[in-house]
Design a binder for this molecule. Structure first.
Ligand SMILES: NC(=O)C1=CN([C@@H]2O[C@H](COP(=O)(O)OP(=O)(O)OC[C@H]3O[C@@H](n4cnc5c(N)ncnc54)[C@H](OP(=O)(O)O)[C@@H]3O)[C@@H](O)[C@H]2O)C=CC1
Ligand SMILES: Nc1c(N[C@@H]2O[C@H](COP(=O)(O)O)[C@@H](O)[C@H]2O)[nH]c(=O)[nH]c1=O
Ligand SMILES: [Zn+2]
Length: 344
């Protein structure tokens, strides 16, 4: 089907919104364009957390000689304009104050202080509002934000590397490098993109991992270690204070940031509830098999990324088994095959 005019301009909003990736979380990425008689006269996106919203930057970008066109223009925004006084004044009020007669919206904001209220303000002031243009794409762009507010838990990405015959470690849990160094760079990019990284006690104990982002630019994730019985030695790297780290435990740890749980019964729902309370919007779960399988069996995951290396292992720790997974994409990276699943 030929792309319509609204879809064309909304696609541009999405392109702009993506430029905020890595800088706006836990806010959503948002893009806006202002169009007069088919010509874009202003463009903007949310660049940095706490700074101007897409609509503000879009309107501010209009050249002096085009400003008289604003009251004859349509503003396109990938997310419903806000209606609340947050770190900036409401964008719905700005649209009204600028005399913009029409607003085309990608998707409704799920955030309770906005949800539907931005549209109501616009309509009450006589602005014509159209919603749902490229809605699925606009929601998918901010899947972490929508999961966090909609399901009241972080967005969960599972990730592991397995040998060509399905083992994630060698016999007795001896750690092995499975993925290609080029894939490792991509994995570190993934680490930079999520708010937190999580492993189980046996991985923290046996691998002595750093769980940081050192092969890509950008931020470091919060490290989360499930170590209910305090088995990981304090000499291990997860204790090195090089980045924020929280231990999930049944006994208080006075010198460490920790999350207290009351045992293994419903451990993951308890943990995710606490992470939501701490505003952790997403978690990359790197393993091991036991930990990953618990997330899978509890249905508490959104994406899984499985790296299959070129070589087999004679035996070892068996990779987790996914249930309800929909294969979305595959990628050949050097000698690795990458499989991208979403939870169906
Ligand atoms: N190739 C790869 O991608 C990866 C490979 N690995 C490999 O995996 C192996 C370790 O995996 P595995 O043996 O499965 O162990 P895990 O690393 O998954 O650790 C399991 C332990 O974590 C705690 N735990 C985690 N989740 C829960 C839960 N939901 N409920 C209760 N306790 C929980 C428990 O310890 P406790 O009760 O003591 O707290 C449990 O015994 C290592 O050999 C490592 O090298 C690890 C990561 C990735
Ligand atoms: N072996 C293996 C992975 N293992 C994961 O990486 C952790 C080590 O992290 P770090 O110490 O920061 O390098 C380790 O504990 C486990 O969670 N990952 C992969 O992408 N490919 C691999 O082949
Ligand atoms: Zn706003």
């Amino acid at each position: 089907m030929e792309q319509g005019r609204d879809e064309f301009f909304m696609a541009r909003c999405l392109q702009l919104a993506r430029l905020g990736a890595g800088h706006v979380a836990p806010n959503p990425m948002v893009g806006a364009v202002l169009v007069c008689e088919g010509r874009i006269i202003g463009e903007g996106y949310h660049r940095h957390y706490g700074q101007g919203h897409a609509e503000v930057n879009c309107i501010a970008s209009v050249r002096t000689e085009d400003r008289h066109l604003i009251p004859r223009s349509t503003i396109y925004v990938s997310l419903e304009p806000c209606a609340h006084h947050g770190k900036t004044p409401p964008c719905a009020d700005l649209i009204v104050a600028e005399g913009i007669p029409e607003c085309v919206i990608g998707c409704i904001d799920i955030f309770a202080k906005v949800a539907g209220k931005g549209i109501a303000r616009l309509e009450a002031a006589g602005v014509r509002v159209k919603t749902g243009v490229l809605e699925a794409e606009c929601k998918a762009l901010n899947s972490r934000f929508f999961t966090f507010h909609g399901l009241q838990r972080p967005y969960v990405v599972l990730k592991w590397a397995q040998s060509s015959n399905g083992f994630i470690a060698a016999e007795g849990g001896r750690p092995v490098r499975i993925s290609h160094p080029v894939t490792d760079r991509l994995v570190h990019k993934w680490r930079s993109e999520e708010a937190a990284i999580l492993v189980g006690a046996k991985t923290a104990q046996g691998d002595n991992p750093r769980l940081n982002n050192r092969l890509w630019s950008g931020r470091q994730p919060l490290r989360i270690i499930i170590d209910l019985n305090d088995k990981v030695p304090a000499s291990h790297q997860v204790y090195d204070k090089s980045q924020p780290t929280v231990f999930v435990t049944t006994k208080a740890k006075p010198d460490q940031d920790h999350i207290l749980v009351d045992g293994v019964q419903s451990l993951l729902p308890q943990l995710l509830q606490e992470l939501h309370a701490r505003s952790v919007q997403s978690v990359l779960v790197e393993g091991g098999a036991y930990t990953l399988q618990h997330f899978i069996n509890d249905g508490l995951w959104d994406e899984a990324r499985v790296i299959t290396g070129a070589n087999p292992l004679p035996t070892g720790v068996v990779a987790p088994t996914l249930h309800g997974a929909v294969l979305e994409d595959t990628l050949l990276l050097e000698t690795d095959r990458l499989f991208f699943y979403r939870h169906g």
